[in-house]
Design a protein around this ligand. Sequence first.
Ligand SMILES: [Zn+2]
Length: 178
Amino acid sequence: MPRISKVCCQGCGSPLSVDEDTRYVTCNHCGSSLEVIHGESTTHTRLLEQLQNTTEQLTQQVRLLTLQNDLARLDKEWDRFRESVLPRLPDGTFVEPSSADWTTFGMTAVVVGAIAGLVAFLPGAGAIGLFGVIGIAVGVGCLTRDNRSAADFHQTKARYLSRREQLRRAIERDARAA
Ligand SMILES: [Zn+2]
């Protein structure tokens, strides 16, 4: 004869009788699915929905960890990329190319070059005309080449930041739900 234990339904509090071999019961009063936990000195029940919640929480936590991992990897890749393309100051901070600086510099060179070129047409101008040509060449060179590499860098940076923001939001959402 199996031993019968009196337990309480965790769903509605009704008294239930379970034998020692029973692992799962359904409460006749409220219909809750219960797991019967046979301890050494006591027998009690646990709602199965709670068990399911725990599994969901675990899945959530694994997903959160995966996202955090992705974020860490993204940051590391970005650091490596920066390290490979950017010059550094002695204190270790990176110098990011500023397209605005190069645009100003390039425009100034073009303008100064053009003025020098005009001056070259004045009688007795001589070598100033040569500076004009060099100035324009340097200006145009700065505007195209350096602006393009700066634009590439900033495009990559924008991609990194938007991906990072996506991950950060997903982490925030999952952390709240967990
Ligand atoms: Zn019940």
